[in-house]
Design a protein around this ligand. Structure first.
Ligand SMILES: [Zn+2]
Length: 157
């Protein structure tokens, strides 16, 4: 867990890991698609909720929605809509949780987390107070590519 100073430095945009350009694949994500003002990635660090993605804003270092112009927000909300629809189509979950937190990395991004009636925390938020309490699943490399392709195809359809 980072310190407040670390967070303030990131908030100021110093060494922000989510600023564009960013790698297509790292320990945290697997690239799916570029949308209008953001990019969609499959979560590599946790697939306890199959198909979980992150939508990261590409238009500059921004922390909160209110820092966007109305036009930027409109474009980002279209991307969010596209991503959610594609994810629902690709995995047919029972529900989806959509959240922007920024408590660890304060660059505007969204977590789109498919929820299933038999998932580890159905009926509750996926986030827990203690990181070790969070159910975690990682996949074989080929499986990330397969899930990303499935979402990508659903965006195009
Ligand atoms: Zn940033």
């Amino acid at each position: 867990m980072g310190t407040l100073t670390d967070w303030e430095n990131l908030r100021a945009g110093h060494d922000c890991p989510l600023c564009w350009p960013r790698p297509e694949v790292n320990d945290t994500w697997f690239f799916i698609a570029r949308l209008e003002v953001s990019s969609l990635y499959l979560s590599r660090e946790n697939q306890a909720y199959r198909g979980a993605t992150q939508l990261i804003y590409d238009g500059g270092h921004v922390t909160r929605l209110g820092e966007l112009s109305p036009a930027e927000w409109t474009a980002l909300s279209r991307d969010l809509y596209t991503a959610e629809k594609a994810q629902m189509k690709a995995f047919k979950p029972d529900h989806v949780n959509v959240a922007t937190l920024g408590n660890i990395v304060p660059h505007l991004h969204w977590h789109l987390v498919p929820r299933y009636r038999d998932d580890p925390r159905w009926g509750a938020p996926i986030w827990t107070d203690h990181r070790n309490d969070t159910p975690r699943v990682t996949l074989a490399e080929a499986e990330y590519a397969e899930l990303a392709a499935r979402i990508r195809k659903s965006i195009d359809d």
